[in-house]
Design a protein around this ligand. Structure first.
Ligand code: ZN
Length: 268
């Protein structure tokens, strides 16, 4: 079984001491492609560095809504330069987060719209973030010049948001949020409504440790290896074999991101 983790924050400090082990464990579980996402320019640079030195790893570059207040004139230029690198496959995470409001909302909207335009210009897919900001999120997607391929990562919403996103042509990313009986209930109800050719899986590690792991790990840190567990849980809900879900989501990610084969992990 092969799996692609379309969003993991492997540059996070919590992985500083054992990153190689974390990657090894992920690969042992079949997670042989990972897209590393940066939250701001510094992290994006780290993602590229990490991807460049690890087979099976690629980078998304951009500014997360939490860091939108950092967005400035120099950003588009930097991102244009990075986009020339073969390991840089997407713009993101970008979007809106009205739950935490770490950056003022008008600034979040500007950074989001400008990154969409940039992704369009560079013909790169975009990794989108949306939390408690559905109306503005959808209206910006309706107005901005958007790239052809966009995925709403860590989808947590219900039927209304899901169908609005699908109508806009979005792909849907599902994390271990799905495994949370309470918080994930809206998502669990609509999992059947996501077309298999628009569904991708992700851990968002080190965040969102699946709550259904048994035995429970000693730490709350999530790891890409738990993508296999998320796949099992989603497959169970969809009543299909996990291998079938893995094949669909892995192929979907391949079509979406076009991972260049020369940087793949060589499986013997
Ligand atoms: Zn996010």
């Amino acid at each position: 079984m092969e799996l692609t983790d379309i969003c993991c924050n492997l540059t996070h400090d919590s992985f500083a001491k054992d990153r190689e082990e974390v990657l090894k464990r992920a690969r042992e579980q079949g997670v042989n492609r990972l897209l590393l996402a940066g939250a701001n320019l510094a992290e994006s640079a780290d993602c590229i560095r990490l991807a460049n030195s690890h087979a099976g790893c690629w980078a998304a570059v951009g500014v997360h809504p939490h860091h939108a207040r950092e967005w400035g004139e120099e950003h588009p230029q930097k991102i244009r330069q990075w986009a020339q690198q073969p390991r840089v496959l997407a713009i993101g995470e970008c979007g809106l987060d009205y739950d935490r409001d770490f950056s003022p909302r008008p600034v979040q909207r500007t950074a989001f719209a400008e990154q969409l335009e940039l992704a369009h210009e560079l013909q790169l897919p975009a990794l989108l973030h949306n939390r408690d900001s559905d109306a503005d999120f959808l209206s910006i997607l309706g107005e901005a010049r958007c790239p052809e391929r966009m995925v709403l990562h860590c989808f947590t919403g219900g039927s209304e948001l899901l169908h609005a996103c699908l109508d806009l042509g979005l792909y849907i990313g599902v994390t271990g949020w799905f495994c949370d009986e309470r918080r994930g209930s809206a998502l669990r109800e609509v999992i059947n409504e996501i077309p298999l050719d628009r569904l991708m899986l992700e851990t968002d590690a080190p965040y969102l440790l699946p709550r259904t792991l048994s035995p429970k790990p000693r730490t709350r840190r999530n790891e890409p290896m738990w993508l296999a567990h998320i796949a099992e849980q989603v497959a169970h809900a969809l009543r299909i074999p996990v291998e079938e879900l893995a094949r669909h989501t892995h192929n979907c990610a391949q079509e979406f991101f076009a991972f260049p084969a020369e940087f793949d992990l060589q499986l013997s």
